[in-house]
Every structure is written in C-alpha cells, then in structure tokens.
Design a protein around this ligand. Sequence first.
Ligand code: ADP
Ligand code: ZN
Length: 745
Amino acid sequence: MIVGVHPLAGFDKLLHYRVPDTLRESVAVGSLVRIPIVNSLRLGIVGEVGAPPDFPVERLKAIAQVVYPFPALTGELLRLARWMATYYACGIDAIIEAMIPAAVRRGAGLKEEKLLALARRLAPDELAELERRAPQQARLYRFLVEQFRSPPKGLVLARLDLGAAVVNGLIKRGLIREETRRIERVAYSDDRESGELVAAQPHVLNVEQQRAFEALRASVAENKFSVSLLHGVTGSGKTEVYLRAIDETLKAGGGVVFLVPEVALTPQTVARLRSRLEAIAPGHRCVVWHSSLSEGERLDGWLALATGEARVVVGARSAIFAPVHDLRLIVVDEEHEPAYKQDETPRYHGRDVAVMRAKLANAVCLLGSATPSLESFANAEAGKYRLLQLTQRIDDRKLPFIDIVDLRIEAAKQRTLPALSGKLVSAMHERFERREQTILFINRRGYSSSMLCKQCGHVEECPHCSITMTYHRSDETLRCHLCGEQRAAPIRCPQCGAPDIRWRGLGTQRVEEAVKRVLPRARVERMDTDTMSKKNRFREVLADFRAGKIDVLVGTQMIGKGLDFPNVTLVGLVDADISMHVPDFRANERTFQLLVQVAGRAGRGDRAGEVIVQTFTPQADAIQYSRHADFAGFAAVELKVRRDFKYPPYRHLIHHLFRGPNPEKLKFFAEQWARLVEKTVGDRVDVRGPSASPIEKIKDEYRWQVWYFTNAVTKVVPELARLRSEFTWPDDITQVLDVDPANLA
Ligand code: ADP
Ligand code: ZN
C-alpha cells in the first residue's frame, strides 16, 4: 500500500510513502501520520491512497506512525484545503496546519471525569424507607432523579455539600453507578455549573420564525447544498430559528457547525446554546471552540468531534475546520462581521469558507444577520441564496429611535469642540439619576487621518475611487491609497473656505475623561484593545456591567456583539464620522451596520431605549437609513455605488502588499511589478496602483501596495503566483497577497 502525504510545516507538496502491513488497517485518506523526512520524523496528512502510474515504489520509505486510529481530516476538509490553497494563494501545508489544532498535532493527554448515573428507580415506599434510614442518600437520589442526564460527581457533591461516602452508600444499594467519560476541558467552568443543569425551554415560534424554520427544515431534508440568508432585525429571534434548524439536523443524524464572532462567545451565549442544544438532543455534547481554550480543552473537543462522539461545535472562525462527521448544517451568525476574516496566513474568510465547505459536504449553509453583508445580500438578490426574513421584533417592541446630533452646530455653539454634546450629556444624567446604564461607542477602525471640515462637514474624496483621501503629514499631501492619486493637502476647506480642516477622531481615553468630568459620581469603565489585553479582563468587565456595578461603559465596538443588557437604555455613538470616512469603499456599509447593531443594544429589556449619534455629516446615507434600520433602502443605494465603481460584490478585490527598508527601491519594484501584471493578465484584472499604504511605515519598514479587481479569483491567483516566481525580487522586499480583504484601511 502506497500513500501520498502532505507534510505539515514548510513542505508544500505531496510525498509518497509505503505503509507497513501492521499499519494498513488504520491508514486512510485524512489520517495524521509521522513520516521520515531527511533525518527526522514529521507530521503529515494522508492526501491520497495509491501512487501515480510508473511510480518508482521500490525505494520508498515507510510511514513511521499513525497518530490517531481515525482520520484527522474528513474527505471534504481535504478538498476544502485544496480549494483554499488555490483561492487564497497559500501553501496547503499552512492550511492543513490551520485546520488541525496544535494540541492535536502534539497529541496532548486526555482528561476524564466521573459522572453519577441512576441505575434503578425506587418505588414510593422504597424511597420513604430510604428517607428514614439514610436521609443524605435519599437527598442525593432525589437530586439525581430530577436531572435529565448524568451530572458530574464533583459538581453534585459540591452543590449538595455531601461527601463521597454518600455516593458509595447509594452504589452499594445498587441505585446509582459511577461512569467515566472523557471530558472537554471547558474554559468557562462556572457556566457548566450554572447553565448545564438547567435546560432552557424552547419558545413557541412566531409566524415569521415558523416560516423561516419550515424553509430550513425542507432544505435540511433535501440533503443537498444550499445557502439561506436569514435577515432578521435585532431582537427578532434569529437564535431560536438557528436552534430549531440545528435540532432538526441532529434528529436527521447530521452534524452541525455553528459559527459566531469571537467576541460574541461569552459565557452567557455559550451556556444558553449549550443547555438548549443538550436539552433538544439529550446525550449530545456540544463542543465549544475559540481562541483562548487551553491545549487540553481544544484537544478534548477536537477528539470528541473526530471520533463522532459529539456532532455539534459552537465556535469562532476556526471552528469551520472542526472535524464534524456527516456535516449537514453550518450556521454563520452575524455573517457580516469582518472578524470572520483572518488577518494572518492563511487569510481566509470564515463565512466564505463555510459556504464552500457546505458545498463540498452537500450541506445547508445558513447565514444570519440584522445587517447582512452586501456580498451575501447581492447573492440573495441574484437568486443564489434563499432570502428568509424576520421583520418584527419578538414582542413587537419598536426599534429605538436614533437621534442625530449635528456636530457642526455644536462646534459653532461652543468654541472648542467637546467630546460629548449637550444633548448626550443631559441624556446620560437622566440615566444616572434613574440608575439605568449607558454605553458610549467610539469606533476606532484603523486610524483616522482624513480631512474633515468642522464648519461644513466636507470630506476630501478621490474622484476616481470614491473613497476618502488619506492625509500624509510627512509631505503635506492627500493621497488615494487605491489608485495612488495625490495632491497637496489644502489649508482651507475647498468647499466653504474655513481654516479648520485638520481633524482627528477622539480616543476612548479622552471620552472616558469627559464622562468623568460631567458625571463625577458615576462608575465609568473603559473597554478597548489597550485595556483588554489581559485574558479574561473583557469577560470581567462585561460581568460587572451586567451586574450593575458600572454606570457608563466606554468602548470600541467590541462591546456590541451579541450582548444583551436589559438595563442599558442609552447608547451614544460619539464619533460616527470615524467609521464613515476611513478610506475604504466599505466605510458606509460598516457605519450602517455599526449604527443598526448599536441601536439594537438599547432598550432590550422592558424599558424603551434611546440612541444618540454625533456626527459632522448627518446627511450621509449610512446615517439616514440607519434611523429606521432600513436595510433594503440602504442596500439599494450602496449597491448602486458598488456597481458604478465595480467594487465588491460585483468584482473581487485582491490586495498585494510590499514591505521593505528602502522606500525608493520598494516603489521602483512595485511599479515594475504592476506593469508586468498589467501586460500579462491585464485582460482579466484591473490593476490599481502602486500606491503608498495608508500607514506608510511600520517598525522601520516602508509599505507599498497594488490592488487587483477581478471576476475570476481562481484563474488570476495562480497566474499571479506564477508571475511572482518568475520576477526577480530583491531579498529585502517581502510580500503578502490577501484575497477578499475585509478592510482597506
Ligand atoms: P436576534 O438574535 O434576532 O437579535 P434573539 O435570538 O436574541 O434575537 O431573540 C431576542 C429575544 O427574544 C431572546 O431573549 C429570545 O429568547 C426571545 N425569543 C426568541 N424567539 C421567541 C419567541 N418565539 N417567543 C418569545 N420569545 C422569543
Ligand atoms: Zn483613487
């Protein structure tokens, strides 16, 4: 038996090996094996069984070991890896490595726990007898009778404050037995305790939910590839629809991947999903998957899926690679989230990979959002995806009204521009008096260095690209970093002549200080990437906020995702312009999403919510359409712009970054390269640039870039890869290719 193996780590090709007779039984496509390369043993994945004709098999080396007696990658995952390698211009070794957690590759040890299972039920008179003779044992027995499945021994003893002797007593009587199970080491141990023993009741679906669910049920039953886009306003009960679809899939014997953005994976979300999933499908374990799992936790979860012991995984982006058997459904919640895009190699988009995996597995892919990405929405309009809609909030509560504060007027009133407008301050005061909570958002995507006139709100845009020009202090220029257009930075506003056109956005720290000045007695907490670098700090702050220990929470949009705080009745967006004027054609879309999601945070409890948005450009579409969460209206206007400029979703975009210590040399080679691409594949790609990156220099390295727009990524990427290997690059220039980048700035 001969197999082709993809070695991990640095070998982007298939090598052939002999399989010794003793290992023959346990080797299959997808097996993780150790193979001799040069003088050491390395890991690899079996990619094919057999060898090409005329292959010189006599001198082949033998596989040294099979790491697990079951495949580490399912067949469709291997096919997915091959597709990703082509699409994302990345070595297959790097992709396979991303698919298999490090812990699995190292084969860390397993952890087990003892469960208490009921062996026999007592008749009423027997129970009375036990109550009399051994009241403690009776208490434990009654507790176990009430559980819908066997709970962990340690947990039960701690909860009932009993010793092991009581357990032994019941075992002796033959009423219970101890079982051992390999456990997933769960990071959120506290919610196993609070969440796992209680099963949340499913809701009775409303008419719209029912309609969406029926459609999904039919798709799942068909057992073939399809994509549905569930567009439901915030609070319309999308999660309930996901859960029913998952239930249906499990009943049909299928496996499920449920993706959520990393920040939405809070203990509360997980506890809720887990208890619901484990209640609808008793005996099913729901594996949780996210970036801060320990190695052991990850290994346990992975093993449970790879062996088929668990069929559901809930996780962030990389959970799309979980080795779920018989995959029938993939749910991608908040599918519009840019966080699904990985910003290091392999630079894949979790949602797009989800659709591809569903296709390869003949599964159903369900994308859900209150503000779908225009990519997905255009696919729905084109009939490629089925559109399902939830237009009403669950209890018919109105979406909170968005109140817009015109900062131009505010700036004229006060001589310096305050971080917080008069309106926002008095609204915060009211909340504080009523013991209600406020969230202040500051959007800090990338950095802000556009020019904005504080008198009239004018922003300089590139005439060719319709994106904001970037201000470069070093040579006082405005530049477009898509096409390279460049001009001297104006000193006065080109529209109204006002001198005050330089502008920077506010930081979270300045806003926090401003809040402390106007509300000295309030408890204020700041949440941004600087303050949240410590592990678990994010969760602590959220827990405190939920517990009412914080009055005002100031932070970047990381606060917003999938969180539900009933006592928050005011949400302020301090600086809507920052997200609107980043030099990115998605700036409007992101702003609209942000506003709608933010508004959805306010008034989720029984109290009405209020949203205040501060901006210099109140007339912008992103702001006006968000006032009533009019997604269709916004999408229509924005898609027209995208069509006119042939931006995604009408074409794909590829980013090519060049880095090096010498700016002149970098520019020279980037120009040579762009010309070469233009000449050779110019009929299939629209080349823009080269241009200086918006951040021109990072850590002594200069950055230039070229952009490609194309209709056929899988045709163009291999061409670029070929050209790249033929072009003579100086050693000190490094390059990164990013297909479908989520952010341009
Ligand atoms: P979305 O994800 O669309 O913003 P959620 O799924 O979070 O909305 O649902 C909002 C709230 O409504 C949740 O508290 C959920 O438990 C509740 N809910 C969902 N469906 C129903 C229903 N059919 N009847 C009553 N409550 C529901
Ligand atoms: Zn331009």
